[in-house]
Design a protein around this ligand. Sequence first.
Ligand code: ZN
Length: 345
Amino acid sequence: MIYPWQTDDWQRLQQLRAHWPHALLLHGEAGIGKLQFAQHLAQGLLCETPAANGEPCGTCPACLWFSQGNHPDYRAVLPEALAGLAAGSGDATDAAEKADGDEGKKTRTPSKEIKIEQVRALLDFCGVGSHRGGMRVVLLYPAEALNVAASNALLKTLEEPPAGVVFLLVSARIDRLLPTIISRCRQWPMGVPQPDEASAWLASQGVDDAAGLLAQSGGAPLAALALANDDNRALRDFTLAQLAAGPNCDAFACGENLQKLPVPLVLGWLQRWLYDLLAQRTAGRPRYFPGAAKALARCAQSADAAALARYMKTVTRQRAVENHPLNARLVFEELFIGYRGIYTA
Ligand SMILES: [Zn+2]
């Protein structure tokens, strides 16, 4: 299944069918359904009786194997942390969100990188002929998870593409891909859907505050849906209330209440809030938290511009080390103490 906002991409892609590129790079914002689109595309390419518009039939042996996650001519390469998404179809988004949220609970964090061993295994797959006599399809998600060694190994394959193999790379961060990888792929940018189309879809999923959640997710509908179903919604609201308190933010309460949450999650809230604060100061409009416009205006008035700029850099630096095992409570205390520091008394 593809999402309603993807039909145009689907139709335009089918025009490539006669000369299908050996590597396609689907890229765009996180949370717009690129993975599901790529999986559907893979199924369409493998389907043995596809419709005229390239839609997989859903009933041939290839489609059945695909939906069970064991088509012999299909490989999905994902980081260990996202292994649950590798099946042919299913609730990919939910699983992705869970993969993100669960990591703090395990003693050994599963790898978030695509490793060279995974790419090497792929080369073996490419070396063998097609089992069903059709195309073979390799999905790489997310492509920015390829570490340097894995990227270089993949690059060799992309430079001399094996006959009959189609690579589908999916990325929300093409700025993190090797330029040489990008240049070997046909790029396919995918946009954020129109707000009314996204809102209508969210409403059909039973979401009531579609507009507000879409704003918080930068217009990405699946990210908005994940927010609506977020177990951490109460803690997010708590954090936003603390941020809205400006100089009266209780850093120790933040440390105490948020310590069980993954650091990247809280950093994401904080960064969006700061982004809106800066927008407010520069006469822009809040992008992520329009519902908190009043508090943002109040905070923007008493924040010191230079201190805000410095603090934003601190938060960005923290993002760079967010996946290291840190004491979350201390990290949060320090961050929220720093946040208070941007306000002049
Ligand atoms: Zn089929």
